[in-house]
Design a protein around this ligand. Structure first.
Ligand SMILES: Cc1cc2nc3c(=O)[nH]c(=O)nc-3n(C[C@H](O)[C@H](O)[C@H](O)COP(=O)(O)OP(=O)(O)OC[C@H]3O[C@@H](n4cnc5c(N)ncnc54)[C@H](O)[C@@H]3O)c2cc1C
Length: 460
């Protein structure tokens, strides 16, 4: 049968099962043809499920017709995780309700399509919040953040999403729905499938509901500082000194000179452009000790935010940095390296060496407090040579991280971007057998290979 004919039959079948208002027509599927890093695809169909039954019906059609299905939130993935040619895209954003807020057991149960920002807007009414805070919180969905085990700016104190998920409801590739885990702080009943699904990048099933831990909004006020340094060594020694003096900042974010320059240029700010800029939140009770440490580590221009607006301005400079880079280059390869904290300043020097060696611009920002670095390789999109060079540089930066005991990803995940590098990391660090087990798990749960196939562990 001609491909166009197959597509019409598929759309008709989906419309019969789900109703026309939940199936997008061809001309409306273009919004789903890319993720936010610019990985591209041509979806076969887009479904807007409103409940778990809609997800089950879609997965069953995909299974019978052997068509891949991709669960999708906002498509803000930076690794190609949420794009796939010829797939049925399940846009989960109509399933965006808060089901239950429990302020005694400190959890919230919600549907996967709610954004992290919307979730927190609801929780603030109860005096609570969900701490993981990807810079994309204003668009990214709870389901996407769980499937990516997302991180963000508050990980230093609160960890990534995986530390907050208690239980999930999931539609498996065989079309069956199941509860995994319990909404309990302690639960030892069976293998820990919850954490198998956290970070599974939509390859094992579709999350249709999540129960995640919440905590009260802290009562101790925070001071937010903006610090400038002339060397990475001084900037990085600040976090080491703070931690060894018993101070754990809520956030400890950094940007290099090029990043701050592009943020200034794009958003009309006037931040000082120094070798290293740090944004750090300290509980007010620790402020005076922290200020002594900043001085000892040669910080200059120690500026504390004086108003809520100024606090927000410091924060948004960092959270909007990726958008500033995108606005100033046709192509950005976003890296997501983790290195042990004591190796951070050497790693940052290596990034500069690699940039000089290949003659490319690599602005760097990231979550310095937990060793999570985001070098962004700028290149000319649609210039094959420039793209190839960026890919080469990208792989080299990953390999340097692997060689010092680091990881190729701290929070953005693997997708199609880093599948081969995942194999290299696991093999260098003694995890070859673990990779084999991961591949077997994928086959066991998805024998027909319909759930976001050909990526991540499968492609490693
Ligand atoms: C400007 C910007 C800043 C960012 N900052 C950060 C950051 O600070 N920290 C960070 O960790 N990431 C960051 N990201 C990356 C991205 O936003 C996160 O990975 C985010 O959590 C993805 O959510 P999403 O809803 O957009 O998911 P999508 O991109 O739609 O999907 C991501 C993956 O999750 C799967 N998925 C989505 N929904 C479900 C579901 N219901 N069930 C099963 N699988 C599902 C998809 O199949 C895909 O594999 C940033 C991205 C941008 C564009």
């Amino acid at each position: 049968m001609a491909r166009g004919m197959e597509r019409i039959n598929l759309i008709e079948r989906l419309e019969q099962e789900l109703g026309k208002d939940k199936v997008l027509t061809a001309e409306k599927t273009s919004d789903y043809s890319t993720d936010m890093a610019g990985f591209e695809c041509k979806p076969a169909a887009v479904i807007l499920p409103e409940n778990e039954q809609d997800v089950i019906r879609t997965v069953n059609i995909a299974r019978i017709l052997r068509i891949p299905v991709v669960p999708r939130g906002a498509g803000s993935s930076l690794t190609g995780a949420s794009v796939l040619d010829g797939a049925i895209m399940l846009d989960m954003r109509r399933m965006n309700k808060v089901v239950e807020v429990d302020t005694v057991n400190w959890y919230v149960r919600a549907q996967p399509g709610i954004t992290i920002e919307e979730l927190n807007r609801e929780l603030v009414r109860y005096g609570f919040f969900f701490p993981p805070d990807p810079a994309s919180s204003y668009i990214c969905t709870l389901g996407g953040a769980i499937a990516e085990d997302s991180g963000g700016m508050r990980c230093l104190k609160y960890g990534t999403v995986k530390e907050w998920v208690l239980s999930l409801r999931v539609v498996l590739p065989n079309g069956k729905a199941t509860q995994i885990g319990e909404p309990l702080r302690k639960n030892r009943a069976g293998y820990d499938l919850v954490h198998l699904f956290v970070g599974s990048e939509g390859t094992l099933g579709v999350i249709t509901e999540a129960c995640v831990r919440i905590i009260p909004i802290p009562r101790i006020k925070r001071s937010r500082y903006l610090l400038n340094f002339d060397t990475w060594k001084d900037a990085c020694s600040t976090i080491v000194e703070l931690k060894s003096n018993g101070i754990l900042p809520d956030i400890f974010e950094f940007m290099d000179r090029d990043t701050v320059h592009m943020v200034n240029k794009t958003f009309g700010y006037d931040f000082v452009e120094s070798e290293a800029t740090i944004i750090v939140d300290i509980e007010e009770t620790d402020s005076s000790l922290a200020e002594q440490i900043f001085k000892k580590c040669n910080a200059r221009n120690v500026k504390v935010a004086e108003t809520e607006e100024e606090m927000e301005k410091f924060y948004s400079a960092r959270s909007m940095a990726y958008l500033a880079l995108k606005a100033n280059s046709t192509g950005v390869w976003a890296e997501d390296i983790v290195v042990p904290i004591e190796k951070l300043s050497n790693y940052l020097e290596s990034v500069k060496d690699v940039a000089a060696k290949y003659g490319v611009k690599i602005p760097v920002g990231g979550h310095a407090g937990d060793g999570n670095v985001h070098p962004s390789i700028l290149y000319e999109r649609n210039d094959r040579k420039s793209e190839e060079l960026a890919e080469r540089v990208f792989a080299e930066l990953c390999r340097i991280a692997i060689s010092v005991g680091g990881s190729i990803t701290g929070e953005h995940g693997v997708g199609i971007q880093k599948a081969k590098l995942l194999r290299e990391q696991l093999s260098e660090h003694g995890g070859e057998e673990a990779l084999r087990v991961m591949k077997e798990i994928k086959k066991l749960l998805d024998p027909d290979g319909i759930m976001n196939p050909g990526k991540y562990v499968e492609a490693a």
